[in-house]
Design a protein. Structure first.
Length: 308
């Protein structure tokens, strides 16, 4: 295998602190509800970010399968948007930094690309790696978007994963990255969002909101979501109107609601806002938990970061 480091070019003008979390989302296969596309575009457009490493599209992309966009104006070609796959240094709403891997999923050289990502993780002593994906599922849009959680961070799996099948699935390249990171005992988490199958071809804002919440849970980074939530309310309102006007669709959604609720009644997963008895905490208990969280964050920031 050729040197994986020749797949990307580092930006010499950017200094990357060690010990940051890495967040990844690559578009291409099975992006139901456009969850990955929306989330990564939203992060890049709303947060300050700087390119750290750019990957060579000519080595990794099948242009005939996923043709780039070129702008034609009246009688001439005015603009060309090249495919992008890059690692960025980004800053969240509270000024906390993290690394963000976004762009197209490679068509070629998965082993070499995965090795390149692992090399970057080692180079920057990344503290944890979190990635997102989405698949269509027979679930209703009237219930919160659920997730299946993979990786080796059992606290996140126990708290958030509502569906834990044993099955063979078509792989995403980030599955391979996760598999390699698990072998190295590097903290890694994959969130697969379960999107209503009848909305899988739409841009479903609730999917992006859930993705951002999952990333926050895994990394401690905080992201602005007000604009997405407003879009989500408008989107759901339009869907509800269509359901109300279509008896067949209303019956489908009702059936999915019944199945969803029956399944959730049988799961041991409980809301992180409730205690063992299902009771909501008091204001004093919430304040105490917040103080413990902040103390933990301060202690974590002082510790030596965990790399590969």
């Amino acid at each position: 295998m050729r040197d994986p480091r020749s797949l990307y070019e580092l930006n010499p003008d950017v200094s990357v602190p060690t010990g940051l979390p890495l967040v990844a989302g690559l578009t291409g296969y099975a992006d139901a509800g456009a969850a990955v596309a929306q989330t990564t575009e939203y992060l890049l457009s709303t947060l300050d970010s700087t390119v750290v490493a750019s990957f060579d599209a000519d080595e990794l992309l099948d242009y005939r399968a996923r043709r780039p966009i070129i702008l034609f104006e009246a009688d001439h070609l005015a603009d060309y948007t090249p495919p992008r796959l890059s690692l960025d240094l980004a800053v969240d709403e509270l000024g906390q930094q993290f690394l963000l891997l976004t762009g197209f999923e490679p068509d070629y050289q998965w082993q070499r690309f995965s090795s390149a990502v692992l090399e970057l993780i080692e180079r920057f002593e990344v503290s944890s790696t979190t990635w997102i994906n989405s698949i269509p599922m027979p679930v209703p849009h009237t219930r919160p978007v659920g997730v299946t959680v993979s990786g080796n961070r059992t606290e996140l799996i126990e708290a958030m994963s509502i569906w834990r099948p044993t099955t063979q699935v078509p792989a995403n390249v980030l599955h391979l990255v996760e598999f390699r990171l698990q072998e190295l005992d590097h903290p890694t988490t994959g969130f697969v969002l379960l999107i209503p199958h009848y909305l899988s071809d739409a841009e479903y804002p609730s999917a992006a909101i859930t993705a951002l919440e999952a990333i926050s849970a895994a990394t401690g980074r905080i992201f602005p979501t007000d604009a997405l939530r407003e879009q989500g309310r408008d989107f759901v309102a339009r869907i509800d109107e269509q359901v109300a006007e279509n008896g067949e669709l209303a019956k489908l959604v009702g059936t999915l609601e019944q199945r969803h609720d029956a399944y959730m009644e049988g799961t041991t997963l409980r809301s992180p806002l409730t205690d063992e008895d299902g009771e909501l905490p008091s204001a004093d208990e919430i304040a105490a938990e917040l103080e413990k969280f902040l103390a933990f964050r301060r202690a974590t920031d002082d510790d030596t970061p965990r790399g590969l």
